[in-house]
Design a protein around this ligand. Structure first.
Ligand code: PGA
Length: 252
């Protein structure tokens, strides 16, 4: 049984003061049987996460990483730097990076490799736009995004986390129905199994896109939905905790 993982994607939100109270609120509410949880903070606050979260049950990580190892790449942050400050996770290929920063699937694959080489767990995001869904291209789009990563990482499939985030559901309040999400998650797992059946069973596939306390349990009850990547609802401790609780079912 895959233990659920609930990851907060803070995006470009927060301050030293609000992060500290959010993290304290989350820490206070976690129980012994809670699902795994982590937060992905803006780069300037990773040192704060290191200071506040080292040794705690809350994992943390970054929202992006350079595909390059080091050198003349102004503004970029390398995977080894993220590992150096203690990050466990890094989100790669979020749809906002693909859409606003022109990230191709090839670049996302290279970032995934860089993260793995530094010992980080990449959270690889895939998802279709509304136009692609309406054109019946969902399967082809997400399969293509995932395959680019699988081709690049070879044997290391079991070291990644995947997040299926339909672009039309992100920050919109529109969630994929549990059945719609499960259909895509099942397809992604079958694609993984095509390469390595055993590893495919272990890979956590998260759902993201307007996951909230009131829909989290139903989504995470689907056989191939192993947790959530949470944007808006991760900024309020009580909401984030309620989603973690929804993933902390007694059967785990
Ligand atoms: P949302 O964002 O929960 O605010 O829809 C999810 C994400 O973009 O990771």
């Amino acid at each position: 049984m895959r233990r659920k993982l609930v990851v907060g994607n803070w995006k470009m939100n927060g301050s030293l003061a609000t992060n500290a109270s959010l993290l304290a609120g989350i820490a206070e509410g976690l129980g012994e049987n809670s699902a795994y949880c982590a937060v992905c903070a803006p780069a300037p606050y990773l040192a704060q996460c290191q200071a506040l979260l080292s040794g705690s049950e809350i994992g943390w990580g970054a929202q992006d990483v350079s595909a390059h190892a080091a050198g003349a790449y102004t503004g970029e942050v390398s995977a080894s730097m993220l590992a150096d400050v203690g990050c466990g996770y890094v989100i790669v290929g979020h749809s906002e990076r693909r859409a606003y920063h022109g990230e191709s699937s090839e670049l996302v694959a290279n970032k995934t490799v860089a993260a793995l080489e530094a010992g980080l767990t990449p959270i690889v995001c895939v998802g279709e736009t509304l136009a692609e869904r309406e054109a019946g291209q969902t399967s082809a789009v997400v399969a293509g995004q995932l395959q680019a990563v699988l081709d690049a990482i070879g044997e290391r499939m079991s070291d990644i986390v995947i997040a299926y985030e339909p672009v039309w559901a992100i920050g919109t309040g529109k969630t994929a129905t549990p059945a719609m999400a499960q259909e895509v998650h099942q397809q992604l797992r079958a694609q993984l199994a095509g390469q390595n059946k055993e590893a495919a069973e272990a890979v956590q596939i998260l759902y993201g896109g307007s996951m909230k306390p009131d829909n989290a349990a139903e989504l995470m009850a689907q056989p191939d939905i192993d947790g959530g990547l949470i944007g808006g609802a991760a900024l309020k401790a009580s909401d984030f905790l309620a989603i973690i609780a929804a993933g902390s079912a007694p059967d785990q």
